[in-house]
Design a protein around this ligand. Structure first.
Ligand code: SF4
Length: 418
């Protein structure tokens, strides 16, 4: 039996649990959000989005929208995990090392010892770190305090303006490392939003929060995903979203469509659709009748390619279609520039030109190899040795060589001019 929204509200259950681990490492740096590790301060999410992927059996969380597990020991686990990666707590260094007695240059050098930093996704994996329960339990805030102590760059994705409560901390982290806050906004019409995202902040509140974040000097933008076929992938909704995001000083908009995994996620979504948007049901049934285990639609049946259309709008409104790779301590800047350009080339081949994905493989393979195997700076002198050792494809090597010589790629330019 499918549970309705009213039932869900009355049956909310909260439980404190002890987590064994917090950070999960992805196979490589996330192609959308640029994070290498991500975590969820809570299990389950009370925002109750009808399309939520977290409901799916693949995550093994029963009653995802109604039973919220609070990981009360999360901050101490995160601290231990960061130490195990070789990072140093600044407060510990102040009290347990010679740091307070060193000249400023030596102190700076000591502070910067340790492995290269990477971006940690503090929220937005499979739950929202700023759901209502955070007001009282402050697990996310305590994790941010740890991030500040270790001066780690972070990415945060939320549907809540509660994030503004922690602006003081976020500014401090940004001063020492990097903070990028993404707000998910998919539906501009508040009434429709209340059907599909019933308990999260209003669209207006999220956009206002983004503006405040940007005015405070932090990085931030919009994740416009998932867009629902026939409902939120319309020209009107996507254009309004882009206009309002630009007004809120969004630095980027990431676009993505809906996945509906067979089982709990799809069943619940279809039951709400049947009641609230019966006219849209036939289209969505057709598009997702393939029962793809990952929930992918039959792309040819989609009314709009939202990534391509979103890219066009981003160009029109002069906002980025990807999150830029902003500088991170300990990572050579040129390595980031190379990876960023390769990522953009791959994006164009797959999503804008809609070529078969294997055409992007040489670039994707080079991105993974460079991310996982290179810590020192890539130069014209060591490129050939690196290419041989990592067996990089010649097409990728030519692009890298051009970036090293001229700081840019003519291939990417030609794609972006199309
Ligand atoms: S905010 Fe995210 S995690 Fe929470 S219910 Fe909505 S889609 Fe799921």
């Amino acid at each position: 039996m499918i549970m309705g929204q009213a039932d869900m509200v009355s049956e909310m259950k909260y439980e404190c649990i002890r987590a064994k681990s917090m950070m999960s490492k992805q196979k490589g740096v996330d192609n959308w959000f640029n994070s290498l590790h991500s975590m969820n301060p809570y299990r389950g999410c009370e925002f109750g989005c009808v399309y939520c992927d977290g409901m799916s059996e693949s995550y093994h969380v029963d009653n995802f929208l109604t039973h919220i597990r609070i990981k009360e020991n999360a901050p101490e686990i995160v601290r231990k995990e960061l130490e195990s990666f070789g990072f140093s707590s600044q407060s510990k260094m102040e009290t347990e090392s010679l740091l307070p007695f060193l000249e400023s240059e030596d102190a700076k050098r000591l502070r910067e010892t340790g492995p290269p930093k990477f971006i940690i996704g503090v929220s937005g994996g499979v739950s929202d770190a700023y759901q209502h329960v955070e007001r009282e339990h402050k697990i996310t805030r305590k994790i941010l305090e740890v991030m500040l102590d270790f001066e780690m760059p972070i990415f945060l994705l939320t549907k809540s303006d509660l994030v503004l409560r922690d602006l003081d901390l976020l500014k401090e982290i940004h001063d020492r490392a990097l903070v990028n806050i993404g707000f998910t906004v998919t539906i501009m019409d508040e009434e429709t939003k209340n059907v599909f995202e019933p308990k999260s902040a209003t669209v207006y509140e999220r956009l206002e929060a983004l503006k405040e974040i940007r005015d405070a000097g932090l990085h931030g933008g919009i994740a416009a995903m998932p867009l629902i076929p026939g409902i939120s992938d319309t020209e009107e909704n996507m254009r309004r979203l882009t206009e309002e995001a630009t007004r809120a000083k969004s630095e980027y908009i990431l676009w993505g469509g809906l996945t509906l995994k067979p089982g709990r996620q799809k069943d619940y979504f279809m039951s709400v659709l049947r009641k609230r948007f019966p006219d849209n049901r036939p289209l969505i049934e057709r598009v997702y009748q393939n029962e793809d285990p990952y929930g992918a639609p039959a792309y040819k049946l989609l009314p709009v390619n939202v990534i391509k259309e979103g890219y066009r709008l981003c160009r029109e409104y002069n906002t980025d279609y990807r999150i830029p790779l902003w500088p991170i301590e300990g990572v050579p800047r040129i390595n980031q520039v190379i990876i960023e350009i390769l990522l953009r080339i791959s994006f164009h081949i797959k999503y804008i030109q809609e070529q078969p994905w294997h055409r992007a493989r040489p670039f994707d393979a080079a991105i993974r190899s460079l991310e996982n195997n290179i810590e020192g700076e890539i130069t014209l002198n060591n490129l050939i040795a690196i290419a041989e050792r990592l067996q990089l494809n010649q097409r990728a090597v030519s692009v890298i060589m051009e970036i090293l010589e001229h700081g840019e790629s003519s291939l990417l330019h030609s794609f972006e001019l199309e």
